[in-house]
Write a protein that binds this ligand. Sequence first.
Ligand SMILES: NC(=O)c1ccc[n+]([C@@H]2O[C@H](COP(=O)([O-])OP(=O)(O)OC[C@H]3O[C@@H](n4cnc5c(N)ncnc54)[C@H](O)[C@@H]3O)[C@@H](O)[C@H]2O)c1
Ligand SMILES: [Zn+2]
Length: 414
Amino acid sequence: MQLAHWRHENAEAEQTLQLAYSFPLINTRDVFAPDNPALLQALCRREPDKRQRLAIFLDSGVAQAMPELCARIQAYAQRHAQHMEIIGDIIITPGGEACKNDVQQLWRLLDALAERRIDRHSYALAIGGGAVLDAVGLAASLFHRGVRHIRLPATVLAQADSGVGVKNAINWNGQKNLLGSFAPPWAVINDSCFIDSLPPREKRAGMAEAVKVALIRDALFFHWLEAQAAHLARFEPCAMSALIERSAHLHLHQITHGGDPFEHGSARPLDYGHWIAHKLERLSRHALSHGEAVALGLVLDARYAVQCGLLAAGEEVRIWRLLRQLGFSLWHAQLAACDAQGRLCLLQGLEEFREHLGGSLCITLLRGIGQACEVDQIDAQQVLHALHWLARQEGQDEQALPALNGVAERRLAS
Ligand SMILES: NC(=O)c1ccc[n+]([C@@H]2O[C@H](COP(=O)([O-])OP(=O)(O)OC[C@H]3O[C@@H](n4cnc5c(N)ncnc54)[C@H](O)[C@@H]3O)[C@@H](O)[C@H]2O)c1
Ligand SMILES: [Zn+2]
């Protein structure tokens, strides 16, 4: 009788667990200036009177570009010794994909946390590009099932996009971001000083993600980007800071208000232009950086949407023109690469993207500047048409591409 009663209860026992996360995004300049309060605010936001312990991981590229940084961090910690203590040396972590490609690197990061006896009430602080933040974020989310992680993104891309989000990952088995976790950071501090030391190519690449988020969410921001294009192309600090701030805000808004922060569904609006970008990065053997490949994905998917009748003709030209003005090169030989059967290699990116989403194919397209929509199929011939269009725009030889087989550009939607 008793047992039957338990069984009945268990059968209906679907449990609901609701978690609320909150973390600050602090914009500042020169975070390690002696009296800058930003880091202390982040460290002490829950326990104002405790001396906080932290392990610091520093991107080797940042360390090289800012040789005085380690000493300045140590001086800052000494000045605020009442509130913070750096445990052990600052850990210099290989910058760029190197830190995500080698799984041994993850063990090194975990070893560093273990040696320093970092616990759930102490911190793993990472300063670096998106790659170092991804790897340290993953280690921090694994260690003790998750220790507090503070991010100081050091590239335009990381400040405007990846560093303010909730995802961490390394590459494994030849696949990008295959081992990863969703783990919101404890705090993010965007310091514009880091952007000053970035090479021009890195500064430009990050702007593609700002254009992307404007295209899917904010027509006014897109107009602003058009109006500021000349200043942005010269990387003028004022314009760059405004771009980063707006882009970070829009990315965060999508994550916090988009209804699917941990990506359980198939729609991934922030991945607009990315099915092409992911494939092209690999086809180019990473000669194209992520941002450079995204720029190509944005313009090709915009042209595709025009051909489908989703987007008004001429809007794709505006997108192409803006990206050109920002200094992106909008052609790459691998766009025309074909397999042994003569099929465009790029199109394999669709199936790979579906796998990456984990459900059915869901591609974000534009129905206006600032307005995204989703489709569940992509027409191969129309992709080819879009490539021919881009080749013409860029003065490239269309003959390098497979022929169009006489299929006309077609309007798929009303
Ligand atoms: N987690 C996410 O949501 C998410 C989103 C988008 C991209 N990503 C990841 O971000 C990574 C790309 O990040 P990225 O574009 O920031 O590049 P990156 O991290 O690869 O850094 C590029 C290069 O710049 C150097 N560098 C970084 N900051 C510098 C500075 N201030 N001065 C001088 N050199 C500096 C690095 O050492 C590296 O050599 C990819 O691995 C991508 O998968 C993650
Ligand atoms: Zn991206």
